[in-house]
Design a protein. Structure first.
Length: 167
């Protein structure tokens, strides 16, 4: 590898995009964990606070599984998968070729790490922790901001794919 200005710009650009992905992920994790702390302090598992009628409300829940509690019996496996996905996303962040992809990867990474922290640190124990949820979507399921951020990141990635923006 040479030290030409072109290579330096490429390295600097990759470093900036990696830092962008990391900053987006860090903000997502901080907001997710902060809102979960508020939910733990202010909400009840038994009472729902309506925001948009019956469509959206606030209610505390603890989820050992994924969406709609799928995989509730294998929380440890979900923890391993989430950790592996987080590592893969961190590697992907080093390879992002555009700011758009850096943001998309950062959002997905932030959502994954937000829920991974719950699995690692929340009761009932290390690697088996239940994810704190509080956004009640009608009678369908209860989620959290990590789920929302992850979904937005995936949506942005799909949009970038359709626009044929290179990773």
């Amino acid at each position: 590898m040479t030290n030409s200005p072109r290579h330096a710009t490429t390295r600097q650009g990759r470093a900036r995009r990696f830092l962008l992905a990391g900053a987006v992920a860090a903000v997502a994790v901080l907001v997710d964990q902060g809102t979960k702390s508020l939910a733990l302090a202010q909400l009840s598992e038994h009472d729902r606070i309506p925001i948009l009628g019956d469509w959206l409300g606030l209610q505390l829940a603890f989820n050992p599984g994924t969406v709609m509690s799928l995989g509730a019996d294998v929380t440890w496996l979900l923890t391993v998968v989430a950790a592996a996905a987080s590592i893969a996303l961190l590697i992907a962040a080093t390879r992002a070729r555009t700011a758009g992809w850096a943001v998309a990867i950062g959002l997905v990474l932030g959502g994954a790490v937000g829920n991974l922290l719950d699995r690692l640190l929340a009761p009932p124990g290390f690697g088996r922790g239940h994810v704190t949820d509080f956004l009640a979507y009608g009678n369908l399921f209860i989620g959290n901001l990590a789920d929302v951020v992850l979904g937005v990141g995936v949506g942005l990635g799909i949009l970038l794919c359709f626009r044929k923006v290179r990773t």
